[in-house]
Design a protein around this ligand. Sequence first.
Ligand SMILES: NC(=O)c1ccc[n+]([C@@H]2O[C@H](COP(=O)([O-])OP(=O)(O)OC[C@H]3O[C@@H](n4cnc5c(N)ncnc54)[C@H](O)[C@@H]3O)[C@@H](O)[C@H]2O)c1
Length: 329
Amino acid sequence: MHILVTGGAGYIGSHTVKELVKTGHQVTVLDNLSKGWRATVNKARLLKGELTDQRLLCELLQAEKIEAVMHFAASSLVGESMQCPADYYANNVTGSLVLLEAMRKVGVPYFVFSSTAAVYGEPIEIPISEDHPTIPTNPYGATKLALEEALPWYYQAYGLRYISLRYFNAAGADPEGELGEDHNPETHLIPLVLKTALGRAPEIKIFGNDYPTPDGTCVRDYIHVTDLAQAHILALEALAGGVDFSIYNLGNGNGYSVLEVVQATEKVVGKPLPKTFTQRRAGDPAILVASAERIKRELQWKPCYSDLQTIIETAWRWQQKNPLGYPKC
Ligand SMILES: NC(=O)c1ccc[n+]([C@@H]2O[C@H](COP(=O)([O-])OP(=O)(O)OC[C@H]3O[C@@H](n4cnc5c(N)ncnc54)[C@H](O)[C@@H]3O)[C@@H](O)[C@H]2O)c1
């Protein structure tokens, strides 16, 4: 298939592009490079452009005979979304609706959407299944949910077939060492801990050690980015094989506390790392762990790289090779 990957120059998008190309698909990436890196896209065509440019999207979908869209492009910083909700609605809702409109006009039938655990908000039960209530506690989660809520109507009226994938914490790097995680600003725990190991950050800040968890620090569900990429391929195959729509969690079902992640990283890098405990951050739930039983059962998804050690080792290998991240051009 020829697939359009929006946000394919970013972290999860670039890993997915690599796996799609390996599987034999043709890929075109649309990315405005606001957060992504040109250097990540070396196996596909990169078109620098905006999600909101409907003419460009229609021309692209038509000229390239695109059969499916994987939509990663978004703004995804929770804190920033609290400060600037308008930007999040503009990019994540308006931008996505422009994309859906272009798909509708041209008649592209399949859509795989990058959703998030943030759609659930404060958990009322753990592990969180897809049937858990969705009550987001920040504009980021609310904008992702807004698109999810539009999709059933697009299916009903226009026949758009879709799968929403709700990722928990994406982590790790391409096991072959070509791609890694380089967010700016970096807010994810594992790259922040590794930056401290590389001497590029003075210490690890742990937000809160008085949560109702075994060691008092927050517990999260980390899922390897290559396992996420594989799930996208399964989602695409499901749509092409006749599935009309679905929503799946992507996590590994095992939570690790912040302290456990730091300690596991110390083992991988072979030295103790400086750390301090600070105040809890507003809005951080104590525990977020997914149930990914549905996608395992229905699409036979089998995460292969999502044990904590492999996640950290692959991320560390890439960080050591690329201590300054991707070339900034
Ligand atoms: N990283 C995680 O742990 C995580 C967890 C849950 C959900 N997600 C979702 O997964 C997706 C990818 O996340 P990521 O960590 O790879 O983020 P990322 O910032 O690395 O990638 C997003 C890409 O989209 C591009 N982009 C943003 N707005 C655009 C626009 N208007 N037009 C064109 N390109 C645009 C950016 O330049 C970037 O390359 C996002 O939708 C995010 O909300 C990520």
